[in-house]
Design a binder for this molecule. Sequence first.
Ligand code: SAM
Length: 203
Amino acid sequence: MTTTPPTELSLEARLKDEILDMYREVAEHPEKEFHFFHGREAAEMLGYDPAALDRAPAGAVASFAGVGNPHLRAALAPGERVLDLGSGAGLDALLAAWRVGSEGRVVGVDLNPTMCRKAEAHVGAAGGRFECRLGRMEEIPVDDGAVDVVLSNGVLNLSMRKRRVIEEMHRVLVPGGRVSIVDIVSARPLSESVAKDPKLWAA
Ligand SMILES: C[S@@+](CC[C@H](N)C(=O)[O-])C[C@H]1O[C@@H](n2cnc3c(N)ncnc32)[C@H](O)[C@@H]1O
């Protein structure tokens, strides 16, 4: 059995608190300034269809905080079962729910109870079939082989245990399942001061 050194553990716990605080703000006060692009401006910049953004609940669009567009390569089809990892306020989950239709299903997983509540309200109001499960991407609360496609938008970079998250994605996918991940990658190793600062990491 491998154990995480205590210092890593406390850094991960502090990172979780930072992430909870930051995304609660994004969920409840999307009108505020953040140090990352968010809302409609970000979604349009990343190639989301403006007509779909018009149709989506305003709250899902305003609190969108993705870093790319996982739908461009996901090729979702009617009837598929989708997991949206770190589903936030639900914009990606809603677009997926529209694509898979009433025969498919979308499950979201998010650390943040405020985000989970908002995502369910937003997707439900727009006629999508969706359930948000409160949980962590490092221990995805989904059965083995239960989904056809995993989507994730700007979430993996927030984990200190990325290999574990990838293993979890594989566990929940059916054999031959697909992933569409968009994220931030640093071409250079982060400096010690950045890597050990939960505020910067959460950012
Ligand atoms: C960049 S946003 C996702 C954007 C979202 N797909 C949308 O449509 O707006 C990141 C989300 O990941 C969640 N998150 C961060 N760390 C997480 C973790 N370890 N497990 C699950 N969710 C996490 C945050 O609470 C936040 O809601």
